[in-house]
Design a protein around this ligand. Structure first.
Ligand code: UP5
Ligand code: MG
Length: 209
């Protein structure tokens, strides 16, 4: 059996899932502020790797993201695991506390969840933002006017939704069956959604710090 790289005695991992445009990035900023999470967006790490000079994965990542497909997990898991190690080395948590990592937009497929928990760190909780597609679509199209993201266009958005429903929702369902999901409706204001997130995670024992 493999031993995970990080122990749950030192580290708390919360997976943050939800459809494209459900508000994961937006709410992550709030959670960093009040709960001392280190925010690691799998999508942001992949976009940075895509731009990194000398990366052997740049072209592949670009293609997968535009098509709304899920990048092979070895790439994503290595980026996440190394980002966790870097954070622990450069900004360790206050003495006597565990480091908290908010893993945004990952795992997007069941085998990724299994692989991450076996080799990197088991998760404590899964925060899931539930938002109707029409709301997510209008948010993403609006963001696309200025974001520069290659996947914020109608065609890529449609493909991202399909991947989310077919491949990523089963991850949420699997964690739900294990009673690890805090689910929040995400089609109201940023403030209202955040209030519900706070209530949900505090009920599960994650306190502000
Ligand atoms: N907004 C947010 N909340 C709002 C609210 N309550 N009311 C009104 N507006 C709200 O928000 C999106 C927009 O909506 C923003 O303009 C915001 O102001 C507004 P944001 O917080 O950015 O939503 P988020 O859920 O983070 O949306 P994002 O587009 O980042 O989600 P995706 O999951 O699609 O993107 P991600 O970057 O995670 O992944 C992109 C691609 O990378 C994937 O499609 C895939 O190809 C690849 N990928 C992998 O292959 N593997 C991975 O593990 C991760 C990604
Ligand atoms: Mg995001």
């Amino acid at each position: 059996m493999t031993t995970p790289r990080f122990s749950t005695e030192d580290v708390t991992v919360v997976f943050f899932l939800g459809g494209p445009g459900s508000g994961k990035g937006t709410q992550s900023a709030n959670l960093v502020e009040s709960y001392g999470f280190v925010h690691l967006s799998a999508g942001d790490l992949l976009r940075a790797e895509q731009e990194r000079a000398g990366s052997q994965y740049g072209d592949m990542i670009r293609e997968y993201i535009r098509e709304g497909k899920i990048v092979p997990m070895e790439v994503t898991v290595a980026l996440l695991s190394n980002a966790m190690a870097d954070s622990l080395a450069s900004a360790p948590p206050p003495a006597g506390t565990k480091a908290r990592f908010l893993i945004d937009g990952f795992p997007r497929k069941l085998d990724q969840a299994v692989f991450f928990e076996a080799t990197v760190c088991p998760s404590e909780l899964v925060l899931f933002l539930d938002c109707p597609e029409d709301v997510m679509e209008s948010r993403l199209l609006k963001r696309g006017e200025t974001s520069g993201r290659a996947d914020d266009n109608a065609e890529s958005i449609r493909k991202r939704f399909k991947t989310f429903v077919e491949t990523s929702m089963p991850v949420v369902e699997d964690f739900r069956a294990k009673d690890k999901v805090v689910e929040v409706k995400a089609d109201t204001s940023v403030k209202e959604v955040y209030a519900k997130i706070k209530a949900g995670i505090e009920k599960r024992g994650i306190e502000a710090r």
